[in-house]
Unconditional design. Structure first.
Length: 253
């Protein structure tokens, strides 16, 4: 058997949240290309359906299911839809996320809670929903951020706290589930990749960050997606409880 076979996801079923744009689209496409059937979740049903249609047009199997990850019942419904369509869930990618940039002295409780509710709580509700139906050999990947490890010049207390919380959640779920349930739990901490969030940065901000990029460019979506495929495939089968940083070196400068 070739080492490349270790990266195949044939007959696997993957749920990807936040799959209507950016890294979520890249994750879903990469998992499909590696052989998985994909179940796509996001709030924007029209964009979600377009992503699923594109995957099917490329020869993949895809189901789109609108979901609000802040609602545990909605998360349960997404997992149930995957089971009804494909009779299994092998992979969960907790990618749904929002970001804000408010000075800490002026950020309202509602603004702070709204970020925590999507980025951290939503990942937990999805992990619970999928953890109940996953079989041994499954895996969960939480999409954290380089801002869980460092700062980047913007006032992002809620976002940074939520992503740092994902790192702790990842470790604890791995400790609880890997030995007992056979479910590996890891995280990826991306640096700067094209997304709706980076599109909203003020002009010049990304240029100001380039001196911290040891690889002096933004990442390509495919580079982060390839890391995901490795992590959830048999090739990553001895990795659990880890946060894999894909940031071009930003976090060490």
């Amino acid at each position: 058997m070739s080492i490349l076979d270790e990266f195949l996801l044939t007959d696997r079923v993957a749920i990807v949240t936040g799959a209507s744009s950016g890294l979520g689209v890249a994750f879903a496409a990469a998992l499909s290309q590696a052989g998985a059937s994909v179940v796509l979740g996001a709030r924007r049903a029209d964009r979600l359906a377009s992503v699923a249609a594109a995957i099917r047009a490329d020869g993949g199997r895809a189901l789109s299911v609108p979901v609000d990850v802040t609602d545990p019942h909605s998360c349960d419904a997404l997992a149930a839809a995957a089971m009804a369509e494909f009779d299994r869930v092998d992979i969960l990618v907790n990618n749904a996320g929002v970001g804000t940039a408010f000075p800490a002295s002026r950020e309202t409780p509602e603004q702070f809670r709204s970020v925590i509710d999507v980025n951290l709580n939503g990942s937990y509700w999805m992990a619970q929903a999928c953890g109940r139906v996953m079989q041994p050999g499954s895996s969960i990947t939480n999409i954290s951020s380089v801002l869980a490890l460092t700062t980047a010049g913007l006032p992002q207390a809620a976002y940074s706290a939520s992503k740092a919380g994902l790192t702790g959640l990842t470790r604890d779920l791995a400790q609880q589930w890997t030995g007992r349930k056979g479910i590996r739990v890891n995280a990826i901490a991306p640096g700067y990749f094209p997304s709706e969030m980076t599109d909203q940065y003020l002009e010049g901000y990304l240029d100001s960050m380039r001196p911290r990029m040891l690889i002096p460019r933004m990442g390509r979506l495919e580079e982060c997606a390839a890391t995901l495929v490795w992590l959830v495939s048999p090739a990553g089968g001895y990795v659990t409880g880890q946060t894999i940083v894909v940031d071009g070196g930003v976090s060490i400068t």
